[in-house]
Design a protein around this ligand. Structure first.
Ligand SMILES: Cc1ncc(COP(=O)(O)O)c(C=O)c1O
Length: 440
């Protein structure tokens, strides 16, 4: 495989994936069902998975470090998860009731015990739906239009969440003016979105203070992009600034929930938001999200109050509730989360060591069970720091890893699961050294 210096990655022999992509492009834009699943020249299509391994249409085997972008914390096809889904479908005799059912309150009570014992919760079908409704209910509570979000933070593919999600270096030269992240974004969205700098408390405070009368909420990923940690005082400071003005603070823990340990950033950093969003891991690999928090805010969604309308045909999907609960059961077994944190550290440190031996300037920023690789000598504390990284080099590395059977979605973080065993870890670190050698 040659060195990849262009935008596209040179893939391993994947003739069947190429043919599938050519076919799929005729019905699906780009041949994919979500932009995130695409990469140049064509994404590799999978046919089978087990534990930490994937097999593509050509039969190539990979150790999976994407894990469906995070949810599969127990790996693919965990026996307890598969059984829970099967048993739920069998005992219910249907896929969905479309009425209340017992798993909903059982799972809500469990999540509230972990995150907000005095609060309330609503399930959704995705993380995006959770963040959308968390922001909507904050607007209903404060009766104000504007939201504040942080540069570089992702909360789902929605106009207002894509604002300043990935501005170019040139665009960042204009301070923190909101930058549209998708064609078709209406002007009123830009006018009603305040952009804030992560890990910069004085500037964040000044910007919130200047817009305090219009702000309905502040939403953020407490762990930026799932691998950049907040400074110790940043979340605490943000909590104080927002609490002083009763501006609901929303933690989007769709990614960080259960991925930096059992629980979320609020446990790790001792800061309790007014509202929070969950997704990914809480569905155990099935579609599921939730928004939860202060009961005086969530109760606006009580249908008898006629305050706030929230609905979703598939919310509380029984197999997802069951899969999510057994996933938490597994994570609560003694030693499981510690073991996973240890494995994650082993892979990240292994990469770091190989990078140092090869004298390559790179960072491996990490939090809990997620890390990334950025080819830069700069310590990464926020989105702007990530812009200094050599992206073609990262794409070349990812191509070399794919060619050797380590699956990472090019340029995305690495996610670990309890299914990544000793053999997988050793294979990965050795493969990483070879891949580094190839890209030079
Ligand atoms: C922090 C965060 N919020 C929200 C979302 C959206 O979740 P979903 O893709 O399930 O709609 C994601 C997805 O990656 C995410 O990482």
């Amino acid at each position: 495989m040659g060195k990849a210096t262009s935008k596209s990655v040179a893939l391993p022999p994947t003739k069947a994936s190429r043919a599938y992509s050519d076919r799929a492009r005729r019905s699906l834009p780009g041949g994919v069902t979500a932009n995130v699943k695409y990469f140049d020249p064509y994404p590799i299509a999978m046919k089978r998975a087990k534990g930490c391994r994937l097999w593509d249409l050509d039969g190539n085997e990979y150790i999976d470090y994407c894990l469906a972008f995070g949810p599969l914390i127990l790996g693919h096809g965990h026996p307890q998860v598969m059984k829970a889904v099967h048993d739920t479908l069998t005992s219910a005799g249907t896929t969905i009731f479309g009425t209340p059912h017992e798993l909903e309150a059982t799972y809500a009570e469990r999540l509230l015990r972990i995150f907000r014992p005095d609060g309330r919760l609503r399930f959704t079908v995705s993380g995006t739906e959770a963040t959308i409704h968390a922001v909507r209910i904050a607007r209903a509570y404060r009766r104000r239009p504007m939201i504040a979000k942080f540069e570089g933070h992702y909360h789902g593919g929605v106009d207002e969440f894509l604002v300043s999600h990935s501005p170019s270096r040139d665009q960042t030269k204009k301070g923190f003016a909101p930058v549209s992240g998708s064609r078709g974004t209406p002007d009123h969205v830009l006018e009603n979105t305040l952009v804030l700098p992560f890990n910069d408390l004085p500037e964040t405070e000044a910007r919130i203070r200047a817009h305090a009368d219009r702000l309905a909420c502040v939403i953020l990923e407490p762990i930026e992009r799932s691998y950049i940690a907040p400074d110790p005082d940043f979340l605490r400071g943000l909590r104080e600034i927002t609490a002083a003005r009763d501006i609901p603070l929303i933690f989007d823990e769709v990614m960080s929930g259960f991925r930096l340990g059992f629980g979320g950033a609020q446990h790790a950093f001792g800061v309790v938001p007014d509202l929070m969003c969950l997704g990914k891991v809480i569905g155990g690999g099935l579609p599921c999200g939730a928004f939860l928090g202060r009961s005086d805010i969530l109760d606006l969604a009580d249908p008898t109050s006629e305050g706030f309308f929230h609905s979703s045909t598939f919310a509380g999907y029984p197999p997802a509730m069951a899969a999510g609960m057994v996933t938490l059961d597994e994570l609560e077994r003694p030693g499981v989360v510690d073991g996973l944190l240890h494995t994650s550290q082993e892979v990240a440190v292994g990469f770091e060591r190989r990078l140092a031996e090869a004298r390559v300037a790179a960072q491996v920023p990490r939090v809990g069970t997620v890390f990334s690789i950025l080819f830069t000598d700069r310590t990464v504390r926020d989105y702007r720091d990530t812009l200094s990284a050599d992206r073609p080099k990262r794409r070349a590395l990812d191509a070399a890893l794919l060619g050797r059977g380590v699956y990472v979605k090019p340029e995305k973080p690495f996610y670990l699961s309890t299914a990544h065993d000793r053999r997988a870890v050793q294979e990965t670190v050795e493969t990483f050294a070879e891949a580094l050698g190839e890209i030079g």
